[in-house]
Ligand binder design. Structure first.
Ligand SMILES: [Zn+2]
Length: 104
């Protein structure tokens, strides 16, 4: 298992929804980004974006960067902002991407 030296994990721990394990996940490269899998049951947990590009790791645009979706389907991001259960940090990022001038 190759562990990239420059892993950037936003969460202190990652919770596996399959088995409930919260611990150090298995990190593997997935394209330009990283994929975290449960060390216990091996199930996919989340994508971890690298290089400053914020990526969606759920829903129909899973694996796409927010910047891409802003261009192709901004209505989806507006809808996402209204949904409960979306992490505040992600909402803040989406909001920033939708209003690059810091406007509103
Ligand atoms: Zn698990």
């Amino acid at each position: 298992m190759v562990q990239p030296s420059n892993i950037h994990i936003e969460n202190d721990f990652l919770l596996c929804v399959s088995c409930g394990e919260s611990g150090v996940p298995i990190i593997a490269p997935a394209g330009a980004h990283l994929k975290a899998s449960c060390a216990k049951c091996g199930k996919y947990i989340k994508f971890i974006s690298q290089g400053g590009e914020s990526m969606l790791y759920f829903g129909k645009y899973r694996g796409k960067t927010i910047a891409e979706v802003v261009k192709t389907d901004p209505a989806y991001l507006h809808w996402l902002l209204e949904q409960p259960g979306i992490k505040t940090k992600i909402k803040e990022t989406i909001h920033k991407m939708l209003t690059p001038d810091g406007g509103v």
